[in-house]
Design a protein around this ligand. Structure first.
Ligand code: PY5
Length: 305
């Protein structure tokens, strides 16, 4: 999926032309993965573009930065405003939003505290990450032979650029074998998450998802699913899951900003089946919420204008 170019990118407080959004080869983050980032989406609503849970994403960016002791030289409010500025500048009704804070140019040793921290926010139109067909009929997932990075090696609580090497290995392995998405187990053999999504299973009318202590990212879509389930009075519990808990699930789905809510119809060549009723109900509500069709969740929408 090639990137769909737009006009402007926000870099360190200024809007620059897409083609000029460049950094130096000796940028610390390029060599060591010392950056933190977010993935956010803005959706078209009857009141114009609205960013979904923008403040929560920016908060997580700062939490990630704190883990790596990176002082972001802007306030959270400034980055919230900058996100709206760059969406307006590109006149987008809906888009994916990628804020990133990196250790910049100035130090090539591993101790990065004297390197500057640079911040950028890029936006571009990005369709269904696992495909329209996947959203509708479900995807085929496969447990990767690569384990999720252990939290005391590379903290899974942060969303750091470097840790995505782990997801890249898993994603390549399973997609080259003909599957749509990878599921990663942690070093103890419990399910952590997808390459770029959290995972839920349904059993006996209840939802289960791995706890963050399993190595799952504290996903904002995951949290939205949990709250939607609460409002539907569908019980939802964080619980360590074995891979066979997915094999024997009544339903299963991924959640994530890029992927959104995607049914899993098969895992490790074992059919789970057509998207089930709970998955459908949560998926439909999710899309109603993000597109401003449900007033009860208005507080999650940050209107661009
Ligand atoms: N787990 C991992 C490993 C992720 O990378 C992501 C998000 C999630 C879970 C879901 O978190 P959230 O619901 O807060 O998005 N992945 C990014 C995204 O924008 C990058 C995907 C390419 O969805």
């Amino acid at each position: 999926m090639p990137i769909q170019e737009v006009e402007k990118i926000w870099m360190d407080g200024e809007l620059v032309d897409w083609a000029d959004a460049k950094i130096h080869l000796l940028t610390h983050s390029l060599h060591y993965g010392s950056g933190v980032f977010e993935g956010i989406r803005a959706y078209e609503t009857p009141r114009g573009a609205a960013v979904f849970r923008l403040a929560d994403h920016i908060k997580r960016l700062y939490r990630s930065a704190a883990i790596y002791r990176m002082p972001i030289p802007f306030t959270q409010e400034e980055l919230i405003e900058a996100t709206k500025v760059v969406i307006r500048a590109n006149d987008l009704k809906s888009c994916y939003i990628r804020p990133i804070a990196i250790r910049g140019y100035g130090e090539m040793g591993l101790h990065p505290l004297s390197s500057p921290v640079n911040v950028a926010i890029a936006v571009w139109p990005w369709g269904a990450y696992l495909g329209e067909e996947g959203l509708k009929n479900g995807v085929r997932a496969k447990v990767s032979s690569f384990r999720r990075n252990e939290s005391n090696s590379i903290p899974t609580a942060a969303k750091a650029t470097g840790q995505y090497l782990n997801s890249i290995l898993a994603k390549m392995e399973v997609t080259d074998a003909g599957y749509d998405e990878a599921v990663l187990l942690n070093v103890h053999g419990h399910v952590a998450d997808g390459a770029g999504e959290n995972i839920f299973v349904v059993r006996g009318g209840s939802l289960f998802t791995p706890p963050t202590s399993s190595g799952a990212l504290e996903g904002i879509t995951r949290d939205s699913v949990i709250r939607i389930a609460e409002d539907f009075e569908i019980p939802c519990r964080e619980k360590d899951l074995a891979r066979t808990d997915i094999y024997t699930a009544d339903e299963a789905f991924f959640s994530g900003t890029a992927a959104e809510v995607v049914p899993i119809r098969e895992i490790d060549d074992r059919p789970i089946g057509e998207p089930g009723p709970i998955t459908r109900r949560i998926q439909e509500k999710f899309f109603d919420v993000v597109s401003g069709k449900d007033k009860n969740y208005e507080h999650w929408l940050e209107y661009v204008d």
